[in-house]
Design a protein around this ligand. Structure first.
Ligand code: PLP
Length: 362
């Protein structure tokens, strides 16, 4: 198939497609999903509403009702614009396309969200990953030096960071935003699980954008990403966005969910409370080190060389978590566990205890 080799860009040929393992019959604690569904009455009125939608028509290209509702809920000031997308993954792609001139660079601390690098590669951009410190803090000196050397068009700061779960020093982040020659995106995908909130920084920095998503609060299946920022920037990105990127079912369902946000709030508050209990239970299992978390997942370090064994043993017990070992030097022996419902967390901890006692782990 030399034609493929001739036609397809070499960096694409070198990639392996983003792999999502089949999860049929598993307890899914690998993808930061909300474990809860909606009360029956809410489901009922949602289904009633869906019936009325004109799916023979194109959706509102601006999804204006959804934006208005989000503006109120998130307290977005009038002077800022909101742009919506097919998940925040699509925003990452749109931002990359907007800056994709020869030699342009995206920079991010590492380890962080894998899409930053993947999309940079897909769009033919330079990507610079700056390692975090051993305890997953920003390396201030290394970040400053990399910004100076590479003059990145775009910098990503995920807060809380995925997959480490922590928040970084605010002074260091402000210094990064000030010294950045281009844009800085604060990716607040886990905003529902932390008190940290950087939306007010928009008032201070005109090179800052805030990115959010409805995926982690219980609407992963809808695919709705949210970009908030100065209209001068967002007007440019809006030219790249395909006109009907948020479909009518997503628009209507998101609006419904946002109008019933109390229902989601109860769930995310429950997850926050259960995170504390889960972390407590995990510390009681021998062989595991638990890192602090401001998100709906917990980073766990196993003893040397044991991550894949824990992962496999859980899989044998029909529980899926994320094995991070091998994905980055700083994630050696690491696993990432999504916080589930109280019952699910208990099932997980029981399985982990059983594995610890089984002799599978040396
Ligand atoms: C999950 C995640 C996203 C992607 O969210 P979608 O809206 O589902 O595409 C973005 N950023 C971070 C840091 C994430 O963990």
């Amino acid at each position: 198939m030399s034609r493929i080799q001739k036609i397809i860009r070499p960096e694409i040929q070198a990639l392996t497609a983003y792999h999502v393992p089949s999860s049929d019959g598993y307890l899914k604690l690998d993808a930061m999903e909300n474990p809860y569904t909606w009360p029956a009455v809410a489901k009922e009125s949602w289904a009633e509403m869906l019936k009325t939608l004109p799916i023979n028509r194109y959706p509102d290209p601006q999804a204006q009702f959804v934006k208005d509702e989000l503006r109120t809920l998130m307290g977005v000031a009038d002077q800022y614009e909101i742009m919506l997308s097919n998940g925040s993954d699509e925003l990452i792609q749109i931002l990359a396309m907007a800056i994709a001139k020869p030699g342009a660079t995206i920079l991010a601390p590492e380890p962080s969200f894998v899409m930053y690098k993947m999309v940079a590669t897909l769009c033919g951009l330079n990507y610079v990953g700056v390692p975090l410190t051993e305890d997953y803090e920003l390396d201030h000196a290394a970040m400053s030096a990399a910004i100076k050397d590479h003059q990145p068009e775009l910098i990503y700061l995920a807060q809380p960071n995925n997959p480490t779960g922590n928040l970084w020093d605010t002074d260091v982040m402000e210094d990064i935003i000030k010294s950045a020659p281009g844009l800085v995106v604060m990716d607040e995908a886990y905003t529902a699980f932390t008190d940290a909130d950087f939306i007010e920084w928009l008032d201070r920095y005109d090179n800052l954008l805030i990115m959010r998503t409805l995926s982690k609060v219980g609407l992963a299946g809808l695919r709705l990403g949210i970009l908030i920022g100065h209209s001068e920037w967002l007007n440019e990105f809006d030219k790249i966005r395909l006109p009907y990127n948020v479909n009518i079912l997503t628009q209507a369902s998101a609006l419904f969910a946002l109008e019933h946000y109390d229902m989601l709030k109860v769930q995310t508050e429950q997850i926050r409370a259960d995170r504390v209990l889960l972390m407590q239970s995990l510390t009681e299992i021998s062989g595991l080190t638990i890192y602090p978390s401001e998100a709906n997942f917990v980073l766990v370090k196993t003893q040397n060389g044991m991550a894949s064994i824990w992962h496999e043993e859980l899989k044998n017990r029909k529980i899926l978590i994320k094995n991070l070992h091998g994905s980055h030097a700083l994630l050696q022996d690491c696993l990432r566990i999504t916080v589930g419902s109280a019952d699910q967390n208990e099932e997980l901890c029981n399985a982990l205890k059983e594995i610890a006692q089984s002799g599978a782990i040396q």
